[in-house]
Design a protein around this ligand. Structure first.
Ligand code: NAD
Length: 468
């Protein structure tokens, strides 16, 4: 695949191999951009922002609807590329594409709803004769940087709201999974003025760093790990910044919960995409009275899962993004077991595959649950009381989403009030997202919100106009 700069495909002699995690075979290559290439992309975006800024909302909405239609028609082709480059089971890639199309549709709708407001100037001293109103105007050039695990929907969550608010974009997909992303950029770009959307590939330390530090960029919209997010935050200077970072999401099951429903939801949340989901279930906090019964139910849900070739529509669990990622999970689980956790199911690695794994008697201080373990692991922590369960849930530097299973209105309300996370799901796994809902974490899990309406708002700035 090639990069897409100023409306043209662009290749380089230096290439990066893109591998299929299922068999470690090279599927394709992408160009390795230099800082100079990134600057060219940024300059073309700077030219295009003027053209977009003059476009009517009706026109940009029409373009986004057109792109939505084409993506809808090409869903299957995109899904297969996602599965080849990430190892994500085909049925999950299909879900991702369905959602990506919807995200585009939401952006096409939202582009017509960008409102300013009138300001009651006469409420302030000296304002009695003034008439004031605000306008929401584009920021200019947006840099969108995305991770490997949802290579299309996370990209669309940045690119489509940026365009809806009439910004131009330079997009950098993950070098682990850039193929579907480059195809998307080319497809979208063919509907847009030259330079309105550019896509560059290469290492984060070169391409990412130029995007983060170049003064042409007005906003960085980043999704990825806390580590990279922190490094970006230390360099952005006066750019607007949205960070969607890692999670360590708890699912809490209380004594009065519907256990069967909770077990099904927990398995869904812990093993989706082989556990490589920011809002995946990373800690299972069980109240003492139901812990044994729930654990049996979770093991039987885990046994139902089919691990294998991700291209097979029946497969539930494919490989992790590469063997090193699976080795990292293996080491973390082994360390927990050495320190007293009890392995109840799974715990085996084969190449990039890691079997879905249930661990009981996990101590809240173990690295397995203190850091983000990005793999199909279900670590159980036992708590005596509702309060203790919520305290454990909050005892983490992360705060993306949380799930609580209970039939008590009082406990549900207490969870809503006390759990420090960007989203609290009652009787649902934290791994729940619709593409219009406000989405984004507290604490080290990030800042700012995505979800199309909220992302569009964040892609604008406010100008005040006063008539004397
Ligand atoms: P990562 O941080 O390694 O990489 C993300 C992107 O940042 C890639 O495109 C990478 O090339 C780029 N990058 C790397 N170094 C950079 C630098 N110095 N400057 C600028 N860009 C740089 O993350 P990953 O391993 O691809 O993805 C997994 C992580 O993403 C997990 O922590 C996961 O929880 C998180 N994530 C968060 C969300 C969310 O919405 N909160 C969604 C998906 C994934």
């Amino acid at each position: 695949m090639k990069m897409f700069i100023n409306g043209n495909l662009m290749d380089k002699d230096e290439k990066i191999d893109v591998k299929n995690p299922f068999n470690n075979k090279t599927i394709d290559t992408v160009p390795e951009a230099t800082k100079e290439d990134v600057r060219n992309a940024l300059e073309s975006a700077a030219r295009a922002k003027k053209i977009l800024g003059d476009m009517s909302a009706r026109k940009i909405s029409r373009i986004l609807y057109d792109i939505y239609e084409v993506v809808l028609e090409s869903q299957e082709e995109f899904s297969r590329i996602i599965t080849l480059e990430t190892g994500k089971p085909l049925k999950d890639s299909r879900d991702e594409m369905k959602r990506s199309a919807q995200t585009l549709q939401l952006a096409a709708e939202e582009s017509k709803r960008i409102y300013g407001e009138t300001v009651p100037m006469d409420a302030g001293i000296g304002g009695r004769t003034a008439l004031g109103f605000t306008m929401k105007i584009p920021l200019g050039v947006v840099a969108a940087i995305t991770p490997f695990n949802y290579p299309i929907n996370l990209a669309v969550h940045k690119i489509a709201p940026a365009l809806a608010a009439k910004n131009s974009v330079v997009f950098k997909p993950s070098k682990e999974a850039p193929l579907a992303a480059l195809k998307l950029a080319e497809l979208m770009g063919s509907h847009l003025p030259d330079g309105a959307l550019n896509a560059v590939t290469g290492p984060g330390s070169v391409v990412g760093d130029e995007l983060v530090t170049n003064p042409i960029v007005n906003k960085i919209s980043f999704t990825g790990s806390v580590e990279t997010g922190l490094s970006i935050a230390s360099k952005v200077s006066m750019k607007k910044l949205t960070l969607e970072l890692g999670g360590n999401d708890p699912i809490i099951v209380l004594d009065d919960a519907d256990l069967e429903k909770a077990a099904v939801s927990t398995a869904k949340g812990a093993y989706l995409n082989a556990g490589q989901v920011c809002i995946g279930v990373k800690r299972i906090i069980l109240q003492k009275g139901i812990a044994d019964e729930f654990t049996d139910l979770l093991i039987s849900e885990t046994r139902k899962l089919k691990m294998g070739d991700p291209m097979d529509s029946e497969t539930d669990i494919g490989p992790l993004i590469n063997e090193e990622a699976a080795r990292k999970v293996e080491r973390t689980v082994e360390e927990a077991v050495k320190n007293g956790a009890q392995l109840l199911h799974g715990g085996r690695r084969e190449g990039a595959f890691y079997t879905p794994t249930v661990l009981d008697l996990v101590d809240p201080d173990m690295r397995l649950v203190c850091q983000e373990t990005f793999g199909p692991v279900a670590p159980i922590i036992r708590a005596e009381t509702v309060d203790e369960a919520f305290t454990i849930a909050n005892n983490t530097p992360y705060g993306l989403q949380a799930g609580v299973f209970t039939n008590s209105m009082e406990s549900a309300l207490k969870a809503a009030r006390t759990i420090e996370a960007g989203g609290v799901m009652i009787n649902k796994q934290p791994t729940f997202r619709t593409d219009n809902m406000p989405f984004g974490g507290f604490k080290m899990s990030g800042m700012g919100k995505e979800g199309v309406k909220y992302a569009v708002e964040d892609m604008t700035r406010t100008k005040l106009v006063v008539f004397g």
